[in-house]
Design a protein around this ligand. Structure first.
Ligand code: ARG
Length: 458
């Protein structure tokens, strides 16, 4: 008979177990379920709700169940629906009647909400560590490339020269916000639901504060109905993962382009590329492409969660069981990608010459001429217009900006002098962008230094 079978006649239809089981995937919470149950049992004993002898038996029995699971001896039963009932049922087989006291003052509703928090706390910590590893790889690479010149883009059109280190550190900033969002999310969800019971609390004299401290929660959820029906912590976490994946996918796209024959600026290590079954010459940046593709999948996880929770009346509804596969999928996907991201970056080869060559078109320095004019008293809008005129002149006469003589330049820009002819070198251009946050090599080196002093670099 099932654990809830008291009021039922015949057993459930044979398809019910198949449709309602979650143990095939929620068994990943076994250790967290056991840890939560042990804390609950100790509290029940301490409060005199169950004999302390039974409380001790429960804790030991749960250790045995854990060992059985870890050694692969445990038989997970679909008919017992989820990990919670699988563990409790085996516990009762092992220790007898004492086991059937464990669920006093508890429901699977507050139990699952507790287990998920215990599990996701660890996942958040792991993901943050992986983000830190990626930041370290980027910072170390940036340090080598504070003077490596390449074109910067807007609209995927050449805009102004930048240094590669600057580009890489832009992602370090994004990943830093991603880590901070996750840490913040963890702080917000690290409160104990247990004690909420099915929805309304318990008539038994439980000590929730004791359980919270035992399980290292920062406090108690203060409303039992909220405690069992809140899944915003899952949605917030997966939202944070979506933003992280959005950043990863942008960097992936950058690298796919950088490795194209058109750019030829980087080569990813063989270990992170794949070949073609047909074209013998191919070396493809598949991990970047998969990272882009898997971003869609994590977005899908978020959409499922949001849609699943929409319109659910308080409190617990079985729909909510559908949260787990989506959250686990998002976490697993992010972990796999982040684990590969740092070594892929660390082993990437950079073709500085090709990068420099691509940034050497003097048109990229047109802004520098406009700003030179501003430094010499010309209002910016006029300066922009005049330099635009010079670009037009070059197009018309089929020459590049650095082929224009001073006389020619003076016909379009009367304020110009020989200083202007020195503006066409990209190394001068980056050097002059010497503002905090700018691409000047000394500014980028200062940013590298700032990052290297952060706690995760030690
Ligand atoms: N496996 C269930 C879930 O994940 C546990 C809670 C079940 N509660 C219930 N009242 N049926 O949501």
């Amino acid at each position: 008979m099932s654990m809830w079978g008291g009021r039922f006649g015949a057993g459930p239809n044979e398809l019910v177990a198949q449709m309602s089981e979650s143990v095939s995937y929620d068994k990943r919470m076994y250790a967290h379920d056991i840890k939560g149950s042990q804390a609950h049992a100790i509290m029940l004993g301490k409060q005199g709700i169950i004999p302390t002898e039974d409380s001790r038996k429960i804790c030991e029995g749960l250790e045995q169940v854990k060992e059985e699971i870890e050694s692969g001896k445990f038989e997970f039963k679909e008919s017992l629906e989820d990990i919670h009932m699988n563990v409790e049922s085996r516990l009762t087989e092992v220790i007898g009647d004492a086991g059937s006291r464990l669920h006093s003052a508890r429901s699977r509703n507050d139990q699952v909400a507790t287990d998920m928090r215990l599990l996701l706390r660890e996942d958040v910590d792991e993901v943050v560590q992986l983000i830190r590893g990626t930041q370290v790889a980027l910072i170390e690479l940036a340090e080598k490339h504070t003077e490596t010149i390449m074109p910067g883009f807007t609209h995927l059109q050449h805009a102004q020269p930048i240094v590669l280190g600057h580009h890489l550190l832009a992602y370090v900033e994004m990943f830093d916000r991603d880590a901070s969002r996750l840490i913040d999310c963890r702080k917000r969800f690290n409160f104990l639901p247990l004690g909420a019971g099915a929805l309304a609390g318990s008539t038994l004299p439980i000590d929730r504060t004791f359980v919270a401290e035992h399980l290292q929660f920062d406090g108690l959820l203060q409303n039992s109905m909220d405690a069992v029906s809140d899944r915003d912590f899952c949605i917030e976490l997966v939202s944070d993962l979506c933003i992280l994946m959005m950043h990863i996918s942008r960097q992936a796209e950058d690298m796919v382009f950088w490795m194209s024959q058109e750019a030829g600026w980087i080569e990813l290590d063989d270990a992170f590329c794949t070949g073609s079954s047909l074209m013998p010459q191919k070396k493809n940046p598949d991990m970047c492409e998969l990272a882009r593709g898997k971003t869609a999948r994590v977005y899908g996880d978020l959409t499922s969660l949001l849609t699943m929770m929409k319109n659910l009346p308080l409190c617990y509804n079985r729909d909510m069981q559908e949260d787990k596969e989506r959250i686990f999928d998002a976490i697993d996907t992010v972990k796999v990608i982040l684990a590969i991201w740092a070594p892929q970056l660390a082993t990437m080869k950079v073709n500085k010459d090709r990068m420099y060559q691509s940034a050497s078109d003097p048109a990229l320095m047109a802004t520098d001429l406009a700003e030179w004019l501003v430094r010499n008293g010309v209002p910016f809008r006029q300066a922009h217009h005049r330099v635009g005129g010079l670009v037009g002149y070059c197009k018309e006469h089929n020459k590049s900006l650095d082929q224009v003589t001073l006389e020619e330049m003076k016909t379009v820009i009367p304020e110009s002098n020989e200083e202007c002819l020195a503006l066409w070198k990209p190394e001068n251009s980056v050097r002059l962008r010497n503002v905090i946050g700018g691409t000047a090599p000394n500014q980028v080196a200062a940013q590298v230094k700032r990052w290297k002093a952060s706690s995760f670099m030690k």
